[in-house]
Design a protein around this ligand. Structure first.
Ligand code: S3P
Length: 170
């Protein structure tokens, strides 16, 4: 039996990687984080890629990663916050399994991201973080709404992983 992938999308800081790791462990699946994969392969951080090559080059790396992972199964895939909003990426990965979109309030996202010192988010740099998050969320709202949403506000990663597991198995 092929094991359908679980693809996690949603805004930065909604817990895709933290929850994805727990979920992969519970299912005995391999965990893959698209940002991580890109960083290991390029030997650069996401912030360095944005600075040195620009956002368009980063988005092309994401597309390549989506095409590659779209040929695999038995994975829990945490995707960068915009990756699944690209229709070609969503098609490539969506055919391999189930997609869930994690949600959180801007306030909670700020709190989570500030505790995540190693993962600088170039798109949130400069200005008031809440304002930037609200603006970007508004732009992306319709895109995220295409996927099944899971609210993570006020919940532990373990509780969210449990809900995802139930949703995946039903
Ligand atoms: C981005 C999200 C980031 C990373 C990059 C761009 C976005 O990933 O891919 O900074 O456009 O939402 P996370 O969602 O894992 O933070």
């Amino acid at each position: 039996m092929t094991k359908a992938n679980i693809i996690l999308t949603g805004f930065m800081g909604t817990g895709k990687s933290t929850v994805g790791k727990l979920l992969a462990k519970a299912l005995g699946y391999r965990f893959v984080d698209t940002d991580e994969l890109i960083q290991v392969r390029t030997g650069r951080t996401i912030a360095e890629i944005f600075n040195e090559k620009g956002e368009a080059a980063f988005r092309e790396m994401e597309a390549e990663t989506a095409r590659e992972l779209g040929r695999k199964s038995g994975l829990v895939i945490s995707t960068g916050g915009r990756l699944m909003l690209d229709p070609d990426n969503a098609a490539a990965l969506g055919e391999t399994g189930r997609i869930f979109c994690l949600k959180a309030t801007p306030e909670e996202i700020v709190a989570r991201i500030s505790g995540d010192a190693g993962a600088e988010r170039p798109l949130l740099k400069g200005g008031d973080p809440i304002e930037r998050i609200v603006g970007l969320m508004r732009e992306r709202e319709a895109g995220y709404a295409r996927f099944r949403g899971i609210d993570t506000s006020g919940q532990t990663p373990e509780a969210v992983a449990k809900r995802l597991l139930e949703a995946y198995q039903t």
